[in-house]
Design a protein around this ligand. Structure first.
Ligand code: FMN
Length: 196
């Protein structure tokens, strides 16, 4: 699958087949994470692969999201703040989140291109996860990404590009045809128009 199709077809998957994901595949998708953009080369990522049942249950408890334990593997995406401090000489928190987000997205798109499902989970107790993975002081878990062969890829939908696009100044751009085939189920939402 080529990159643009994988980007458009990436979809949060929470139901997985009972089939392990090989280390080779985990290695491949995390290698794509490592090619994410990085501020001044900080490369602050730390990836922790968790495949054993009891630890996955603990992780799902830290997120209060039981479905996470059913994924064949969960990858903790953590930020090594020391690397950001060294490269950027400034407060690391915002940069840490931006670097992790880019790495997560690369991993998800790579997985989708191989027919494998993921979901980005950012809502969890970081201190609990930190202790589960025995992270050192300056390593902060910011995301966890359950990964596995999907029972199905749910259909994705997004508002048309024209809802987000402006030219020269903040005004609505004309509707474009191109992405429409990806928007079959999209319903106009009042939330999108709060600022218009
Ligand atoms: C900042 C952020 C935090 C998220 N946290 C969670 C989470 O804690 N649990 C979860 O199931 N999904 C989480 N997600 C994934 C969204 O729920 C998912 O993207 C959403 O269901 C839309 O699905 P789609 O991106 O596949 O279209 C998060 C996504 C983002 C961007």
């Amino acid at each position: 699958m080529e990159a643009r199709e994988a980007i458009r077809k990436r979809k949060c998957v929470k139901k997985y087949l009972n089939k392990p994901v090989s280390f080779k595949i985990l290695y491949e998708v995390l290698d794509c994470s490592r090619w994410a953009q990085t501020a001044l080369g900080a490369q602050s990522w730390e990836f922790i692969i968790v495949r054993d049942g009891p630890t996955k249950v603990k992780l799902s408890g830290a997120a209060d999201q039981s479905w996470i334990a059913d994924a064949p593997a969960v990858v903790i995406m953590a930020s090594n703040l020391e690397r950001i401090e060294f490269a950027l000489k400034r407060e690391p928190q915002e940069f840490a989140m931006m670097e992790i987000s880019a790495a997560v997205q690369n991993m998800q798109v790579a997985a989708r291109s191989m027919g494998i499902g993921t979901c980005a989970v950012f809502l969890f107790d970081r201190d609990i996860v930190k202790s589960i993975i025995k992270a050192p002081k300056k390593v902060v878990p910011l995301a966890m990404v359950p990964i596995g062969y999907p029972k199905e890829f749910p259909e994705n939908s997004r508002a048309p590009l024209s809802e987000f696009l402006h030219e020269k100044e903040f005004s609505r751009a004309p509707e474009e045809e191109i992405p429409s085939k990806y928007n079959k189920k999209w319903q106009r939402s009042s939330i999108l128009h709060i600022f218009s």
